[in-house]
Design a protein around this ligand. Structure first.
Ligand code: 5CA
Ligand code: ZN
Length: 409
């Protein structure tokens, strides 16, 4: 699949900082030292509905990861998937009487437009589950050959007990895993499984559902976790820097994915850091397509909201916190954007050299975007109160906000 166009990232003077980020697996900070090419995999959308503020907040966090790395003069190898065949997509298409493939194309197109408008950096490889099937089949066959997969009435399951490191991403106990597995696409109560937590690798073809040739696996379609593993291993290899997504992906998705990859390769770990963004809610509930309590990026854009204001609204909460989307959050962002634009449109101001360092330091410290906003607020307030004589300052502030926060002033 093609991704979306990249907005240019200005180079800043001075030295970028290495990223220190919270890793779910060790439940603590890790300082990443990626080498000249940083490698990141971020789980993409299941395209059965438009991009809501929760999705946008999660992609915003991983956009910041890349901006911090780019500021250290590294290249970034960013991979993202599109889950363009899975139960929720097929169910929605059936409910609405539309073709599942058309629905996926339509919503993926809208997602690209939203990401472009928000100036999110595009992945280098943007890969759909369907196009990944030829790479998925041999991985499932290999897991079976290794004794880590088994057949149940034609469906093929992964044996979580095959991975000695299973459980080391989410660090949950078996009871908690079982509850989450049932809530998030698993089938812990299906009779005949070796371990109730075992996830599906390959679903045998079902009446009325799409299916593909699976070689020795028979006709069917891939399970969810192996999709991301196949794409990540193909384009990034093992032990890449960051595996990213919202906190609802820590278990089972990232736990299972890590186990698949670790058993397949015999290497550990799959990623140096498992990074999870908090959940954005509306009216006291997690914003989700299945609940239908959604604020869409595209709807706000249609209403004439400046995407730069949406971006500032996303930055106003720390990525790891769970927070609520409200009209006030957006209004505060619109006001802030107005103050910043007024400030950088003046011919001069107080020096911004310290500001560049403050924004860098804030983001390198577990992506503390609210602290970065506060630093820019202080510069703008000082300019308004005292003015300044540095004719380079407004331009430098503008480039800093563009390069590190993805906001064009
Ligand atoms: N296709 C899979 C990943 S392979 C998937 O989870 N798709 S999704 O469309 O449901 O979600 C896309 C991303 O948005 C995931 O990282 C998910 O964790 C995140 N996300 C979903 N809802 C929210 C929310 N309310 N707040 C924050 N992030 C969310
Ligand atoms: Zn994924």
């Amino acid at each position: 699949m093609h991704a979306w166009p990249a907005s240019e990232v200005p180079a800043l003077p001075g030295q970028g900082r290495d990223l220190r980020i919270h890793d779910t697996a060790t439940d603590g900070p890790v300082t990443l030292d990626p080498g000249p090419v940083a490698r990141i995999y971020v789980c993409g959308i299941t395209p059965y509905d438009a991009t809501h503020m929760g999705h946008a907040a999660t992609y915003n966090a991983f956009d910041l990861v890349q901006r911090v790395w780019l500021d250290t003069k590294r290249q970034v190898h960013y991979v993202q998937n599109v889950t363009d065949v899975d139960d929720p997509l097929l169910e929605r298409a059936t409910r609405d009487g539309v073709d599942w493939a058309d629905l996926a194309v339509q919503e993926t197109t809208l997602f690209r437009e939203d990401m472009t408008a928000l100036r999110m950096l595009p992945p280098r490889h943007y890969i759909g589950a369907v196009e990944a099937i030829p790479g998925i089949v041999p991985l499932v066959e290999r897991l079976r050959d290794l004794g880590a997969a088994y057949d149940l009435d034609g469906d093929i399951y992964f044996s979580v007990d095959a991975d000695p490191h299973f459980g080391q991403v989410s660090n949950l106990d078996a009871a908690a895993m079982r509850v989450l597995s049932a809530e998030r696409g698993g089938d812990p109560d299906r009779p005949g499984k070796k371990n109730p937590l075992d996830p599906m690798l390959w679903l045998a073809a079902r009446e009325g559902e799409p299916s593909w040739d699976g070689g020795t696996l028979g006709r069917g379609r891939p399970g969810w976790h192996i999709e991301c593993v196949a794409i990540a291993l193909d384009h990034l290899g093992m032990t890449f820097d960051v595996q990213g997504g919202g906190s609802d992906l820590a278990f089972p998705h990232h736990e299972m994915g890590a186990s698949h990859a670790q058993v397949l390769t015999g290497e550990f770990p799959m990623a140096k850091a498992y990074v999870h963004a908090g959940m954005v809610g509306l009216d006291g509930e997690k914003m989700s397509k299945s609940r239908g309590n959604l604020v869409f990026v595209s709807a706000l854009r249609r209403d004439g909201v400046d995407p730069a204001a949406i971006r500032l609204a996303l930055h106003s909460h720390h990525y790891r916190s769970d927070w609520e989307w409200t009209d006030q959050v957006l209004q505060d962002a619109v006001d802030r954007l107005g103050r910043w634009r007024a400030a950088v449109s003046r011919p001069d101001g107080p020096s911004a050299d310290a500001l560049v360092d403050e924004v860098r330091e804030a983001l390198a410290n577990d992506l503390d975007a609210p602290a970065a906003l506060a630093a820019v607020d202080r510069w703008a307030a000082r300019q308004e109160a005292e003015g300044g004589t540095d004719i380079g300052a407004p331009g430098l502030v503008s480039r800093t906000v563009d390069a590190l926060l993805g906001v064009a002033l």
